[in-house]
Design a protein around this ligand. Sequence first.
Ligand code: UFG
Length: 349
Amino acid sequence: MHILVTGGAGYIGSHAALRLLRDGHRVVIVDNLYRGHAGAVNAIARAAGRNASNLNFHRLDLLDTQALEHMMRAHAVHAVMHFAALTYVGESVNRPLDYWRANTAGALSLLTAADAAGVTRLIFSSTAATYGEPGPQDVPIREDLVQRPINPYGASKLAFERILTEHTHACKASGKDFACAFLRYFNVCGSDRSGALGEHHDPETHLIPIVLHCLLGRRPQSSNTLSIFGHDYPTPDGTAVRDYVNVEDLVDAHVHTLAALKAGDVRSYNIGTGTGLSVRQIVDAAERVTGLKLKTADAPRRAGDPATLYADPGKIAREIGWKAATREVEPMIEHAWAWMKANPRGYAN
Ligand code: UFG
């Protein structure tokens, strides 16, 4: 199959591109390299070995509908995995227009091009942030929980869920072969176990990479001390609880979902492990994996952070048989740690 991977120079998209190449698909990556890395595309090609000849890369912006359509026709793209997005909750509050432009207008442009070029399947990276701030009775979160995002990031993603739903219904009514799925990610972490790819964000805001950067001595501005945002949450140890899912398992969910889609489907699945871990449990696990001691400091809660978020991943298990293979967080931290030590500047070489 020929699959377009948007955001393929980013963290999750690069892992997806490599998996698809290893599975024998042809892959075309589209990325504007605003937050993605040309080095990630090179790393995918190196790791794909002889399948690297099945990889194409186009530096394009999603808002360039005509160029996208032209490229999709030229490559006879069958399916799109759409990862390209802006993804920082805090930044979205300060720069909402950028988030609506990239995540909603960009995705609409992509869908318009895909429709014109005859693409039949689209898998969309949605987010647990579309659920907003669930109450304690709503956790573990199921897909039918009412979606009330509390920030422009979640809202910009939810808007595209709606656009895709309406488009798919219209295709079904007119007999056009099209199907889509929204995968609502919880906290994605870890990296490719072969060591080829990793997580490189600038700025970095995610817990596990920050913990590892502190342990590597790479956050001198904070004295390599982790600020724990909130220690008085109504959780067993007072710190916030999240569902940490391995990036390779997440990619596997995309592969399974794509294979399961039938014309007219609009599927939504939570992608998590179903287990919640607190910030302190992550710190303990990182200390066990690395054998190092982390300096921590209690800090105020971060705006917009709910106390507890973890998935009920039962729907995707029942409907298509996918479950996260990695149940413990230690192997995810181990792979991330190995890549960071081997690539101290990430992809910036
Ligand atoms: N945290 C700290 N210190 C840090 C960084 C994070 O204590 O230096 C805490 C956060 O406050 C939070 C937990 O660690 O309680 C996890 O934080 P992350 O930033 O790693 O992840 P989030 O849960 O905030 O966000 C993730 C995704 C978002 C998505 C959201 C959905 O990164 O894209 O889940 O709930 F929107």
